[in-house]
Ligand binder design. Structure first.
Ligand code: AMP
Length: 322
């Protein structure tokens, strides 16, 4: 999706991915191999104006070797839930209670590292014994989940998309809606700006938030373009992908305004009939060319200014598969 946004700007792309069938092979040169293989990293960066990543479990040393933007510090923070929470707290950003602060159960036991899409977390009914490599997290009684897509340019200028309201099931994002009704936009922007400035961040960052009665609690940050920002491809003046490229190439940032009310639905596990979705002339369908597998994100659809009936009908088509 980064390449799809960059090709019209005259950019060309080279990718590194461990999977030979990575979707990126369709839109640039694909190097296949481990993220930490020095020879491949050097080939990846050879002649490039900028190197970036869109997966937060890329090794920090690999990001350092290629001089990636955003720089490796953001990866270090986001790869360890304890370091991440400590940073939030140092910057005055509220978070869920952890470890000995947790007083009510059930609570969530999460792995400190390598968790995403709800992987590496489970509910526990009582306080567990010593669990090295894990963090115990109090359940936040949230009204809804929100995310803020933020971007900071190479010169330090910032821009923020409207807050997104997200629905998850089994820890996996199912749908996003913009704008989130009566959302605390200024509070979210203030928190994100503190993170961007502290990290000297360049590129798009996603801040995942719980809304508890209008008060925001930070869940985690993703130092990359984010699934809850896929709606920006058709739904915003400038997509998160284009703005990420503009930022890391030291170009002016584009407008982050939404083009209306936008709904994004993920296609997970199995694909619905594309023809049935495309019967609706204004459904934007994105298929990633991935092999179907339970829980895997295979694509998404976006609707701009849809009627509620259309959202219901398209949701039914999408959910029929689950
Ligand atoms: P994570 O892997 O931390 O992004 O968690 C995935 C999803 O699990 C979140 O989007 C929430 O739906 C849920 N979740 C994670 N942490 C908490 C928490 N402390 N309280 C309530 N729900 C949570």
């Amino acid at each position: 999706m980064l390449a799809l946004a960059g090709i019209p700007l005259g950019l060309s792309f080279r990718f590194l991915d461990p999977a030979p069938d990575a979707p990126a092979r369709e839109v640039g040169e694909l190097l296949v191999g481990a993220y930490d293989e020095p020879a491949l990293l050097d080939r990846l960066a050879d002649g490039a104006d900028a190197v970036t990543y869109e997966f937060e479990n890329v090794p920090v040393a690999a990001a350092r070797r290629v001089g990636a933007l955003p720089d490796a510090r953001a990866l270090e923070v986001s790869q360890d839930r304890l370091v991440e929470k400590a940073l939030f707290r140092r910057l005055g950003i509220p978070t869920a209670p952890i470890d000995e602060e947790v007083t009510s159960f059930p609570a969530l036991l999460k792995t400190r590292r390598l968790g995403y899409d709800g992987k590496g977390q489970r509910l526990v009914e009582t306080r567990p014994g010593p669990a090295p490599g894990h963090v115990l997290e109090g359940l936040v009684p949230f009204d809804r989940e929100l995310s803020l897509l933020a971007v900071r340019g190479a010169g330090g200028e910032t821009a923020f998309y409207p807050l997104v309201e997200n629905v998850h099931a089994e820890g996996i994002l199912r749908s996003s809606r913009v704008p989130a009704v009566a959302a605390p936009q200024a509070q979210a922007e203030d928190y994100a700006a503190r993170l961007l400035d502290e990290l000297g961040y360049v590129g798009v960052l996603a801040l995942e938030l719980f809304d508890v009665g209008g008060r925001l609690i930070a869940n985690e940050l993703a130092p990359r373009v984010h699934n809850s920002g896929h709606w920006t491809i058709e739904g915003a003046e400038t997509s998160q992908f284009e703005n990420h490229l503009r930022a890391i190439l030291d170009l002016p940032l584009g407008s982050t305004a939404a083009r209306g009310e936008v709904v994004m639905l993920n296609l997970i596990g199995e694909l619905p009939d594309p023809g049935a979705l495309l019967e609706y002339g204004d459904v934007h369908l994105h298929l990633y060319g991935k092999e179907p597998r339970p829980g895997r994100k295979l694509g998404h659809v976006t609707l701009v200014d849809p009627t509620s009936e259309k959202v219901r009908a398209v949701t039914d088509l999408v959910l029929k598969q689950h």
